[in-house]
Design a protein around this ligand. Structure first.
Ligand code: CU
Length: 231
């Protein structure tokens, strides 16, 4: 029995691993995640740069801030310069502190004092106030990554109805959810005040978790079969 089991198990294992592998998102691109993403609320976005341009070290990243975001505050990063050029708003607006604002941050640009090697990862946090009318939409933050040699424009946005998985250089994006009725009403939230449970990080659940579980089962089965065979 033992000799017939192994090839079958091997094949099943191989199939499961492939299934599990394709379920893990392509996390190795310039990406963004939010601590929370509630329409009208504040969010801290963490942009991650996990590699250079075709292996060349990163010297600068320029994050384009969507027009609908009128409050942006970059976090300082050691050994990186930060600039936040502003543009005029079409209409003056009132911020959550009652102040009138006529400009908004158009880009956040981080420039390295020492280029970031391809083998290292860097993250950049930017606090934004999300648009009140953006619930159910996906907000893209295109990023141009400059390197010692070349640059990569992470600016591709999926067309309506497309899932975006096949995009070569997808723009980092976050899904915005509606505020729960009992949460701080849109527009009056203060920065850093939690408005909703953190967005669920992608981890070893779903198909990947399943694969791990079945893997354990199969290996257990083999071990079991072996103990039975011993005199
Ligand atoms: Cu990548």
């Amino acid at each position: 029995m033992g000799r017939r089991v192994l090839p079958v198990v091997g094949a099943a294992l191989g199939g499961l691993l492939i299934a599990a592998w394709s379920a893990i998102p392509a996390a190795a691109h310039v990406s963004v995640k939010a601590d929370q993403a509630v329409a009208g609320g504040y969010a801290v976005l963490t942009f991650a740069v996990p590699h250079g341009c075709e292996g060349s070290p990163t010297t600068k990243i320029a994050i384009k801030i969507p027009e609908s975001v009128t409050s942006t505050k970059p976090t300082v990063v050691a050994d990186w310069q930060v600039e936040a050029p502003q543009v005029k708003l079409a209409q003056p607006q009132t911020d959550s502190h009652g102040n009138q604002i006529t400009e908004r941050v158009d880009q956040v640009i981080y420039t390295a004092e020492t280029p970031l090697p391809d083998a290292l990862r860097q993250t950049f946090e930017v606090q934004v106030k999300l648009p009140e009318d953006a619930a159910g939409t996906t907000l893209a933050f295109p990023v141009v990554q400059s390197c010692v040699q070349g640059e990569t424009a992470w600016i591709q946005v999926a067309a309506a109805g497309e899932n975006g998985e096949e995009l070569e250089h997808p723009a980092p994006a976050i899904k915005i959810v509606a505020a729960e009725p009992d949460e701080v009403t849109a527009g009056s939230g203060t920065p850093g005040e939690p408005t909703q449970a953190a967005a669920a990080p992608v981890g070893w659940t779903g198909p990947a978790g399943l694969a791990a579980g079945v893997l354990g089962l199969v290996l257990g089965g083999i071990a079991l079969a072996r103990t039975r065979q011993r005199p």
